[in-house]
Design a protein around this ligand. Structure first.
Ligand SMILES: [Zn+2]
Length: 369
């Protein structure tokens, strides 16, 4: 196997670059690649990070969980780990989510579109501009994933105050023929996500998922287009790295390789981060949303369990006088706090945090028309 200049050799770590485009000044844009090739046959597990250039934890988790952790384990490793510590060096250099050469494009929405109703959805608004520069670049490595990957993990981070969790997409199928395969894949994805070892959070309901173009994310396309299990761990804060979240990511990569029967180890119990379990499946939801403009002083932290009616923030005017009935913003739902949205100023209908709330949707369901 060869990914750019990085050539897999059984029992060896290999390092190289994958060139994905050439800039107008003749400089290549190239992604660093690590391949850990075990001495034994087995599957090919792709681990990617930092597609959002200001989410650094995935880069360090790849270095810790692949480059460093596997260097002396190649005799035990079954199969091959292909790891790209940054999918977006141009965002990484400048500390921004998007690549500086394609600032209007979220790089994690550039993958092939499996939506059978995509052509009828003019709201997508992409015709003349497609493909964007990053979309051309992502097409290069997505094709290599198509050729080689059996499993995939894409590592992300959230906002400044966030606790680690793994996002799992609801899988969408087109017609009853596709249904059994997607249901099976969804079960595999949940099994992988649980094995990774941090709380499992289902993605948005299907319409919101498509509206946010998440089916064109790395994980959304790996599962829907390539048909391989793919999960999206969100490892705490963005903009910098929280050591406990990084440790969770490194342990999670190990646990995923154990799950895939690529390492003959026991999984690591990740007991140093919050692991709330409400006893039912949960999805992420931006909530609560204030009804008025104001200043919010939050009363909860990521990992906290809340019950409907609990105050989650004090709401005041700029002078400090209470707003609303009693000066509190309350959650209308039971759940637990995934992350707080940064800042103190709030506007009507803009959520101040993301909650894990009950998810009644099936793991796989039809594409909405
Ligand atoms: Zn991200």
């Amino acid at each position: 196997m060869k990914i750019g200049t990085c050539v897999a050799k059984p029992g060896k770590m290999s390092f190289g670059f994958l060139e994905v485009m050439t800039h107008f000044d003749g400089t290549p844009e190239r992604l660093p690649v690590v391949i850990a090739a075990g001495r034994h046959d087995g599957p090919c597990f792709w681990v990617t990070g930092n597609i959002h250039g200001d989410e650094y934890v995935g880069l360090l988790a790849v270095q810790g969980g692949v480059t460093r952790a596997l260097a002396d384990r190649l005799g035990d490793l079954h199969g091959t780990v292909v790891a790209l510590p940054t999918l977006n060096p141009a965002g990484l250099r400048v500390g921004r989510r998007e690549a500086y050469y394609d600032p209007a494009t979220d790089p994690n929405r550039t993958f092939p579109d499996a939506n059978p109703y995509a052509d009828t959805d003019l709201a997508e608004g992409e015709d003349d501009d497609t493909p964007t520069p990053y979309e051309v670049a992502s097409g290069v490595y997505f094709e290599l994933m198509r050729q080689t990957a059996n499993y995939h993990i894409d590592l992300h981070a959230m906002s400044i105050q966030a606790t680690p969790f793994t996002l799992v997409d609801h899988l969408l199928y087109h017609g009853e023929d596709e249904r059994p395969r997607m249901e099976q894949l969804a079960l595999q994805m949940h099994s992988l996500a649980r094995a990774f070892g941090i709380p499992v959070i289902n993605e948005f309901p299907s319409r919101k998922y498509i509206k946010n173009r998440l089916h064109r994310s790395t994980g959304g396309a790996a599962s829907h287009v390539l048909g391989i299990p793919s999960i999206t761990p969100e490892l705490g804060m963005g903009g910098d790295v929280e050591p406990k979240a990084l440790r969770a990511g490194i342990a999670g990569i190990h646990n995923a390789l154990v799950w895939a029967e690529m390492l003959p180890d026991d999984p690591i119990v990740i007991d140093w981060i919050p692991q709330p379990d409400l006893g039912y499946p949960v999805r992420r939801e931006p909530h609560p949303r204030p009804a008025m403009t104001g200043i919010a002083a939050k009363l909860v932290t990521p990992g906290d369990v809340v019950r409907a009616g609990d105050p989650v923030a004090e709401l005041r005017d700029i002078w400090g006088r209470p707003l609303g009935d009693d000066g509190y913003l309350r959650t209308e739902k039971d759940g637990w706090v995934l992350n707080l949205r940064p800042g103190v100023g709030v506007y009507p209908n803009r959520a101040i945090m993301d909650l894990a709330v009950r998810d009644d949707d099936p793991l796989a369901l039809p594409w909405p028309e």
